[in-house]
Design a protein around this ligand. Structure first.
Ligand code: FAD
Length: 117
């Protein structure tokens, strides 16, 4: 059936925002455990994302472009390019990945990584 395009788009914007902020707060020098966590997160996310059509496409994309987890830069640039592939498929403009850091602000009042240790 047709679904609700407005709700689907709203879900997409919320999801992308969390995902981009997550990679932009990922450690610069991740431990093997950090790397495993990010990788699992994306596979589980692609399996559980509530828009089934989107989830299916995302799973296919992960097969071709597996999550890059070696550093914050690698992860955030990987996600940005994956988002750009979705943009392309949906006939949306390409985003300039060099502006990621300026555009995204999580509002978190602390320094670097998601889970300070
Ligand atoms: P969005 O694509 O939601 O982006 C939000 C904002 O992020 C933009 O306004 C821009 O400021 C910024 N942005 C844009 N591109 C990038 C980028 N490359 N990197 C960083 N920031 C960027 N919708 C469907 O109809 N069919 C699908 O198959 C589908 N698959 C999806 C798969 C996933 C994993 C997700 C998270 C969403 C999917 N969506 C899908 C939703 C779709 O991608 C959009 O979120 C939705 O259409 C709203 O689009 P938007 O124009 O508001 O911008």
């Amino acid at each position: 059936h047709l679904g609700n395009a407005t709700a689907k788009a709203e879900l997409g914007r919320a999801a992308w925002r969390v995902l981009h902020l997550m990679t932009l707060r990922y450690p610069e020098n991740p431990t093997p455990d950090d790397r495993a966590a990010l990788k699992s997160f994306f596979y589980l996310f692609s399996r559980l994302y509530p828009c089934g059509e989107c989830a299916e496409h995302f799973q296919k994309m992960l097969k071709t472009y597996p999550p890059q987890t070696s550093s914050r830069k690698a992860a955030s640039m990987w996600l940005c390019s994956v988002h750009n592939l979705v943009n392309e498929r949906l006939h949306k403009p390409e985003f300039d990945c060099l502006t990621l850091n300026d555009v995204y602000d999580c509002g978190c009042n602390d320094t670097s990584s998601a889970a300070p240790r």
